[in-house]
Design a protein around this ligand. Structure first.
Ligand SMILES: [Zn+2]
Length: 332
């Protein structure tokens, strides 16, 4: 049984490990899919969830794609699949910045119910590092009483931020950056050519998924347009709402936010290097800049959650940028 070749090697390895464990009856009830971002952890988690919910798995060890469970899964309406992520704060109408204990209590109640299709029940928690302390403890209780055919898939870019006791309860599926030759070969097989391929892989520090994003989404030009957008925002030439809408106008919002985070870091480093003189930032602003950096990472995670008001998330973030950088500009 082999996980099909359509998965790149760095996804195939953890997927194969999970499928083998399942076939041999040693798959844990709680799995932690972890590793750097853009390695395909979410996709593999979905493939695993589909397999666990499939009534008649194929010879390749994956979901068959045509049973009732697979149909419902594909339609996004499988009653025994529960995705958990940032929810809306009902008081404010805004997305929350963490996963809270009430969500884990609901999950525990949901797990206790009989599966509607008579098979497994699967919960998909992402990003798992968003679980706050109370939620993590509630989840631990659920894990202490594992029941048959109940699976919990946790997905995290930053497993170090999970509660240690929670982490140690999970079977880990690690996604690791591949050797350079493997990354090169995969990008070439995707149709990318030198010298752009090598440059993108270098800029992405050996991360093939990121390099592919750069190559496919014209990363260099996009990074420059993000820099200009933030500059116009700080100078008061571009309102936050308009910039947020422009950034959401195509599929590249996540990549724009990655660049915005990098630019914030560059700005931070430049401020340190120059002792804060003649720079966008002064040492007094570093904590605010680092808050903003955290806010970008949160927004990037929230952009992946369907049903949230992404325009509000982004406009709020850009407003903070303007108040941070705009004031500095005014002083200079
Ligand atoms: Zn099926």
């Amino acid at each position: 049984m082999n996980a099909p070749d359509r998965f790149p090697p760095w996804q195939r390895r953890p997927l194969q490990a999970a499928l083998s464990a399942l076939a041999e009856g040693r798959l844990g009830h709680a799995l932690l899919l972890c590793g750097p971002e853009s390695m395909g952890k979410r996709e593999v988690a979905r493939v695993l969830a589909a397999r666990l919910l499939c009534a008649t798995p194929g010879g390749d060890g994956l979901a068959c794609g045509h049973c009732r469970g697979c149909d419902l899964f594909a339609a996004g309406t499988h009653p025994d699949l529960q995705p958990v992520s940032y929810a809306i704060n009902e008081k404010t109408g805004n997305p929350r910045s963490d996963i809270i204990v009430e969500q884990m209590r609901e999950l525990s109640e949901w797990f206790a119910l009989t599966p509607q299709l008579g098979g497994a029940k699967v919960a998909l928690i992402q990003p798992a590092e968003a679980l706050n302390a109370a939620a993590s403890n509630a989840l631990l209780k659920t894990l202490e009483e594992p029941s048959r055919d109940r699976y919990l898939l946790l997905v995290s870019d930053r497993p170090g931020q999970l509660l240690a006791t929670l982490r140690s309860r999970c079977q880990r599926l690690e996604f690791r950056l591949p050797p350079a030759e493997e990354a090169h070969a995969w990008l070439a097989a995707c149709g990318h050519r030198e010298p752009a391929l090598g440059r993108a892989l270098h800029a992405a520090r050996g991360h093939p998924g990121l390099a592919a994003e750069w190559l496919e989404q014209d990363g260099l030009a996009l990074r420059e347009s993000v820099r200009k957008g933030l500059e116009a925002l700080a100078a008061g030439r571009e309102p936050p709402v308009a910039l947020a809408q422009a950034w959401l106008a195509d599929e590249r919002a996540a990549l724009r936010l990655r660049f915005a985070a990098e630019l914030a870091l560059d700005s931070f480093a430049a401020g340190v290097g120059a002792g804060g003189r003649d720079r966008l930032t002064t040492p007094a602003d570093f904590p605010k800049l680092s808050d903003w950096f955290d806010a970008i990472n949160l927004a990037r995670a929230q952009l992946q959650v369907p049903g949230l008001r992404h325009d509000l998330v982004l406009a709020g973030l850009l407003l903070e940028w303007r108040s941070l950088m705009g004031r500095e500009r005014g002083r200079a």
